[in-house]
Ligand binder design. Sequence first.
Ligand code: ATP
Ligand code: MG
Length: 201
Amino acid sequence: MTDADEAKRHKERTSRHKAVVDARIAAAQIDKGLLLVLTGNGKGKSSSAFGMAARMLGYERRVAVFQFIKGKQHVGERAFLERQPGLTWEVCGEGFTWDTQDRARDIAFARGGWAKACAALANPAISLVILDELTYLVTYRYLDIEEVMAPILARPPMQHVVVTGRAAHAAFEDAADTVSAIRDVKHAFRAGVRAQEGIDR
Ligand code: ATP
Ligand code: MG
């Protein structure tokens, strides 16, 4: 086959592929508030959620972040995003149970945080609600899954919600429009590297 033949074949193949992709894009006509679940043991759940916060702010829409469990830990996104108009950042936890060793206090923090999240989930002016590390509240039984799902499902129709955390309860995945389970292939921590600023926190 000559180079010209190969180029022609390539052009035919890519234009067929483009036609299929274009048809799929044309067929997707629905606009709706999405529920996204970012789970799995790999790195990249919260940072992906905060990436969507930045995207949404780029459209000058409002974002509310609720950071459950890990409030004490500093993350770089908070310092940056909190300065942006249109974004609120609520800390609803002090750390993991093994840090706090006070279950009653953890539950009180979680419940207080959840009540605030519920207000955001009822506010159509907020385009994106990020419920970071929410899955643990259900796993640790700080909140019932029904108590969590009801306000998420009853939210304004155009509001997007992102839930992050490992081992998401099946109810989150069942209700979600988009689910990504990030696979842990390798993590530098296991080679003895501590959390690096701007990458891990
Ligand atoms: P990130 O905030 O970096 O997107 P994440 O939300 O997916 O991470 P978490 O379980 O919330 O993951 O843990 C956050 C912290 O733990 C980060 O410092 C991250 O690098 C680290 N981490 C995430 N996954 C792993 C892993 N599989 N092994 C070791 N450390 C991890
Ligand atoms: Mg996280």
